[in-house]
Design a protein around this ligand. Sequence first.
Ligand SMILES: Cc1cc2nc3c(=O)[nH]c(=O)nc-3n(C[C@H](O)[C@H](O)[C@H](O)COP(=O)(O)OP(=O)(O)OC[C@H]3O[C@@H](n4cnc5c(N)ncnc54)[C@H](O)[C@@H]3O)c2cc1C
Length: 447
Amino acid sequence: MASEGERVAIVGAGLAGCLLAVLLGRRGVPVTVYERRPDPRIAGAERGRSINLAISARGLAALDQVGLRDQSLKQALPMHGRMVHPRAGGTNFQPYSADGERAINSISRAELNRSLLDAAEATPGVTLRFSQRVSGVDADAGTILLDDADSEPADVVLAGDGAYSAVRGSLALDVDADFLEHGYRELTVPPKDGEFALDPDALHIWPRGTSMMIALPNLDRSFTCTLFWPKDEFHALDTPDKVTAYFEEHYPDVASLMPDLTDDYEHNPIGSLVTVRCWPWTRYGTRYGTRYGDGAVVALVGDAAHAIVPFFGQGANCAFEDCIEIDRCLTETDGDWSRALSLYQERRKANTDVIAEMALDNFIEMRDRVSSPVYRAKQATTHALERRLAGRYVSRYELVSFSTLPYAEIPARIRRQNRVLAAAAAGAALAGIAAVALTGRAVRRRP
Ligand SMILES: Cc1cc2nc3c(=O)[nH]c(=O)nc-3n(C[C@H](O)[C@H](O)[C@H](O)COP(=O)(O)OP(=O)(O)OC[C@H]3O[C@@H](n4cnc5c(N)ncnc54)[C@H](O)[C@@H]3O)c2cc1C
């Protein structure tokens, strides 16, 4: 069925919902966006939910498609590597790329969301409706169910309502929500004498085994720190004195930079970390696309389809890629929503499964391995190989963060590179043995 005349709704004016609204508006598809919160450009951010995101190549490529790349980079701070703060003291800087030039970008999620909302609002055909909580979708009837209001008709519903998606919950899909025992809490390092209190060119990590803290810089010269810890342990620090003592023991170099530590710790909420695996991502009303014309097609987008843990800094980047894929599929199918959304889910699922696993792996790398000498030696070797074999050997981190190679192709590419490397190493070893043997023989033959 062609898109013309269909009523298209997006649920959630978050990062994915807004980008999708802009892309659809630009195609000439009128779209209504339902957002449960009041307009955040007026209401401001919630306490302890400021989250700054690392946006990298995939997110930037998507923002570029709607002309927001440069504006977003102006609101961001580049981070060229990790600054690891080992328990024993001191710091070590680990560049993200072999040439030290490539950076991921720290940007406030709220700020990015505001820019996307502005862009959506300025796009002809896009209507934003705030304070409209959607409780579900009746795909057979072709209606969106709203809290505190009558249901509304829709032929196409794109659910960008986040990891705990109400739309997903109403569709009887096969969903597995896998929660880490770790939660997270935000803390702040404010500017010191008007300057950054830590190096702003890095993503800071304090690996501590079961717990881990990271800090990303903000334009106002503060850092937003995120402490990841099993939820029970968070609750065990139940007095300001215990909080202070714990930080002085485990995070001594940063505790003194956090004047609001005990207040932040007491009042900021503990967030959950979930991996959502769901299939299918679409649901077709039984009569959708038939001559009776009833019913809707519903598709999940972004975290609603595949929330991942934040340890590779890819959730938003990946959600943006979904939006670009939907747009591409609409082009390829001449605006046939039914075929486009089916194609979209087929193409994206393998990719999001792979990044979900990589994000879980990276948690162990960040909290346990990054400070070990073996890890650092391995990383230095990887960078040396990347310089030596430019373009032919590329690390997993670079492929994820500095390329748009589909995530699903990365494991095979890494395996291929490793095989070539192993063969080259074996070849070099054999050549070495042969050279020694020949030299020895030559020497013996000399009179
Ligand atoms: C601690 C942390 C750090 C992260 N760091 C990074 C990072 O460095 N890089 C990265 O790329 N990603 C990161 N992420 C992930 C990133 O935040 C998400 O992947 C991204 O926000 C997903 O976008 P989305 O639009 O799918 O969902 P959201 O941004 O969650 O947007 C969902 C929207 O839907 C609205 N909504 C929800 N329910 C309803 C309803 N019933 N009715 C109407 N509206 C509704 C919400 O109010 C919200 O506006 C991080 C996440 C966390 C938790």
